[in-house]
Design a protein around this ligand. Sequence first.
Ligand code: PEP
Ligand code: MG
Length: 885
Amino acid sequence: SAYVFTFGGGVRHEDPRSRDKTIVGGKGANLAEMAGIGLPVPPGFTITTEECIRYLAEGADFSDELRAGVKAALGHIEQAVGKSFGNPADPLLVSVRSGARVSMPGMMDTVLNLGLNDETVEGLAAISGDKRFAWDSYRRFIQMYSDVVLGVDHHLFEDALEIAKEDNGFYADVDMEAEHWQALVGEYKQIVARELDRPFPQDVNEQLWGAIAAVFDSWDSDRAKVYRRLNDISGDWGTAVNVQAMVFGNMGNTSATGVAFTRDPATGERAYYGEWLVNAQGEDVVAGIRTPQYLTKAARERAGAKPLSMEEAMPQAYGELADVFELLEKHYKDMQDIEFTVERSKLFMLQTRSGKRTAKAALRMAVEMVEEGLIDEATAVKRVDPMALDQLLHPTLDPKAPRDVLGKGLPASPGAASGAIVLDADTAERLAGRGEAVILVRVETSPEDIHGMHAAKGILTARGGMTSHAAVVARGMGRPCVSGASQLSIDMGARTLKIGGRSLKEGDVITLDGATGDIMAGLVPTIEPELVGDFGTLMLWADKHRRMKVRTNAETPADCRMARQFGAEGIGLCRTEHMFFDASRISAVRQMILAEDEAGRRAALAKLLPEQRADFKAIFEIMAGLPVTIRLLDPPLHEFLPHTEAEFAELSDAISIGVETLKRRADELHEFNPMLGHRGCRLGITFPEIYEMQARAIFEAACEVAAASGEAVVPEVMIPLVATRRELEILKALVDRTAQAVFAEQGRTLGYMVGTMIELPRAALMAGEIAEVGEFFSFGTNDLTQTTLGLSRDDSAKFLGAYVDQGIFQRDPFVSLDVDGVGQLVRLAAQRGRATREDIKLGICGEHGGDPASIAFCEKTGLDYVSASPFRVPIARLAAAQAAL
Ligand code: PEP
Ligand code: MG
């Protein structure tokens, strides 16, 4: 039907919607795909994402068509497996799982073993010949269903299980026999009846619809919303629901369940990687209740672990699994993340998807898959998420630095992180909000911890394997993570922890090495990353496919050098005001601002000239002939003023003006709305001698460097916050005059350009006229966003979260360009500018120049370059290539 698509059991739909992720979700599409290529997939059906949206919009109501579709699809499963739903003699059991368009690990709900009740459990016991298995499955079902669907606190069940084990003198779940599970089921049912005032539902159809509703509802849960916001997933997508015949990994010692990757998701190495458990169900592996075992012999031996790997313990099933790995990689041409179950020696595939991976692994896989002939270079370039490169560009621990190792866990997500220990997610978020570096330390993380994981520099857990939620989510976020540190114990009451015989308290600083699993006391120094190897190879491929140039926003020599190492092809924005804050010259700057007249200002400017000239010389030398855009002074003058009494007193001494006079001048400069006040070119219009000094410094430096190096130095002088043609005309004349004067003095001339920023709506609208004067435009999308939306750059962070949560903005418009609104102005200005001056050079230097989605827009608009902060340069190179492909 249009609402439900079946898969497995020999069906194959012609309707492309049956394999379309937007309709049946990622999990549903891949299950249909796997079944279609003949892999052993238990039969099932998928309810579309459209039904989820309809259900949520219509106030939690199922349509008659959906009910009919589900009934028919259930019939398909019954026929395929030869069992029937609710039949006490031989019951069909199903799993009910969510599956959105993109995977949201652990963010939504799953129910297993659905279809069990007091009667069918007996049938399951008889048919399987295994009473213990049947009652174990039933108690799992009651616990999961009650938690996910009925909203009963899962701790109540966990506590009851602990007590049952204690009463019987057992240590582990595996010690529990059939009668113990049966007794526990009785207690579980009592818990439900007590908590809800009604019995646990025995009607299997009521169970099924309850689970479907819960999956739909989980789309709008708080944790799903937070996850969506962090990962730019739209709330309109909805989730599909997958209902599938159960297969059992907990039918004794010839049964098992596991999670595997076709390549190592942490390093990218071409080696199967995974975890499995004998006689267990899927949840046992990911929940970290039992410690999973290694999949391959090699991995087990490398870790020095004892329990047999699947390769050793179940060679035949493992062999089949390895064949499936190869088949899936060839089919999807990407690394796959797989869930499987072995039921009495027979292998079943429960899920496959493109696996999440660290940036390092993504690079290595992309490069190696090209070498293996699996994909081409362009695909490799498209395969790596530009934002993930960020992980690689940041420092790692200095291998030579001493390490005070407290203990070790699993290397779950690479990278180095130092920070203060914090024991809960809310505190982590609060302290990080104050700018503190924190490490979130938990027994295990649950999806409710996601905001704290995001706020933390790193994550440490006592429990959970490499595929635990903590590990998967941390890798996705690029947070270093050490999981499963079994020597770690936490006392939440005292807010302390013990590890390696040492006691620490919340607030103590530790360092994590996510690549080795080391947990260290104190702060360990770091070293700069290496930009060679796979990174270098992929970047070369990206550069081949890129049309736009990538420049950087930088003004210090260190930043300029770093940006060049990262591949910057020039400077797109040198913010000269940053140079004015330098401690050695701030008093001259203040003297300039507070001067009563032009003569006073000129005296102060004379002190600043040699300093500015030296700044620009250093930049021209480092950039060696690459284009350098220097923006003349922009900020409101009051930003430079002293604030404290001591600062006033110090300044008074330095420039011999009385404190009272200084304070009066400072008061006069006070502005109510400085962002729209006396800043940008308005400073140049009213105090031309400031811009004149800067222009002089630029041209003197350029002449000196050109003379010394013989290289062409082509400065691009940029006028900020222009709204009218006339402003630019006046200031361009000033720059031209100054250039001619310098050239005459130096006895040489050089090429230069004068252009403007487009950062006010009027400038965008009047771009045709402004281009008569300006030789280039650089879109200052920070201010253009601020002024187009009437949204303060400095004050909006407080409420933008609510705007994103409510879907008013998909993303923070200061991070990712508002293409629909602000983008129109950019497009229009580009068109009008080009209409006047065909070869006008167009670039962007707002923060958006380092944001992949905004870069894609710039490519479409035909800009010549983007300019990004140094660490974003590689991201921009890759994003620009992806945009061009
Ligand atoms: C801008 O407004 O986008 C810009 C680059 O200038 P600044 O951020 O310095 O205001
Ligand atoms: Mg600006």
